[in-house]
Design a protein around this ligand. Structure first.
Ligand code: IMP
Length: 188
């Protein structure tokens, strides 16, 4: 880096989803969820850190009363672009979800291993209902099949960053979702 700030944008090969496209889709999801959860007892459970911008935008597009809670999980594996499937809970729910209608908010479903773990874990906490909302879905890489109730966008098998998604904890602050240049992860 030789003292100069890193140019995040230069590492992006292509903008896959623009800020405007994301906002429009998040608005649609919010309207659909508001209709589906009228007269329910909705709790959004977001999985840090990647889902943070999506959760923040989506909750403001939902018009029915809701609670939020946050979990943080990490897959072992450091900088790798491959999910290991070994999930560790770094931050647990702060309130009971017993009897509540839980909507799990995820940034991206890739192999599905993280989601599979989380669903089992949350089911054990006895929610009245449990559904999944993911901003991005990479169906080509799925190892564990699971129905996703609300999907923002289905995307091709490329490693993406931005709008919460990282590589090595960076790029989360990009306002769009872009394809990371393979040279970035091939050389580090
Ligand atoms: P899965 O367990 O393989 O479904 O992986 C889910 C997690 O891997 C996501 O919550 C992300 O943190 C990370 N991940 C998977 N694909 C990407 C990607 O293209 N960019 C950034 N992170 C990703």
């Amino acid at each position: 880096m030789s003292g100069s700030p890193m140019d995040l944008e230069a590492d992006v090969a292509e903008v896959l989803l623009s800020e405007e496209a994301i906002a429009a889709r998040v608005g649609e999801l919010g309207r659909q969820i508001s209709a589906d959860y009228a007269d329910r007892d909705l709790t959004l459970v977001s999985v840090l850190k990647g889902s943070l911008p999506f959760m923040a935008d989506l909750m403001r597009q939902i018009s029915v009363p809701l609670r939020i809670d946050l979990m943080e999980v990490s897959s072992y594996g450091g900088l790798s672009t491959e999910s290991s499937g070994l999930v560790r809970i770094l931050k647990d729910l702060s309130a009971s979800i017993d009897g509540r209608d839980v909507l799990l908010i995820e940034d991206i479903i890739d192999t599905g291993l993280t989601l599979n773990y989380l669903i089992r874990y949350l089911r054990g906490k006895n929610p009245r209902s449990l559904r999944i909302c993911a901003l991005l879905d990479k169906p080509a890489r799925r190892l564990v099949d699971m129905p996703i109730d609300y999907t923002g966008f289905s995307i091709p098998d490329q490693f993406v960053v931005g709008y919460g998604l990282d590589y090595g904890e960076l790029y989360r602050n990009l306002r769009y979702v872009g394809v990371l240049r393979p040279s970035v992860y091939e050389t580090r």
